[in-house]
Ligand binder design. Structure first.
Ligand SMILES: [Zn+2]
Length: 145
């Protein structure tokens, strides 16, 4: 979305209040503006997600993935990933299907692979409010059947 100055300031002010209560890093206007610009969707959906993200002390900086992780349940439309979200480790490749990451995974031992999966689950649980770990999802499915 293309935010107004007032919208960017509202996210910054909310983040500042979160920082005062939790000690988390404050967010700068330029970073908030860039993250809002990168996030696709109806302004009300994007602003709601950004506002929720501003209250999440575990997010160090404003970002499109951080906002998408707080997409509201009653948003007008599903969240959409931008066409090109770079890999966190290899900026020249897209996050989904990064060939450099695939090569690194192929070279891993089974122990390293399981440790990386466990770490990814921890990161997801910390950054995504609606994340359900696979083991929990399986247990819930068994309970339901
Ligand atoms: Zn990569």
């Amino acid at each position: 979305m293309n935010p107004t100055g007032a919208q960017v300031a509202a996210i910054r002010d909310t983040r500042t209040q979160t920082a005062e209560h939790t000690g988390c890093p404050e967010w700068q206007l330029a970073g908030i503006r860039a993250a809002l610009l990168a996030t696709q969707g109806a302004p009300a959906d994007v602003m709601s997600a950004a506002m929720l993200a501003a209250g999440d002390a575990s997010l160090r900086v404003p970002s499109e993935p951080g906002f998408l992780g707080h997409w509201p349940r009653n948003a007008s439309a599903e969240r959409r990933r931008s066409a090109f979200t770079p890999c966190a480790d290899h900026k020249e490749h897209p996050a989904g299907g990064c060939p450099a990451c695939r090569a690194e995974r192929a070279a891993m031992t089974e122990e390293q692979r399981l440790a990386a999966i466990a770490e990814a689950h921890q990161i997801l649980a910390a950054t995504t409010s609606q994340y359900v770990p696979p083991a929990v999802a399986r247990a819930l499915a068994q309970e339901a059947s």
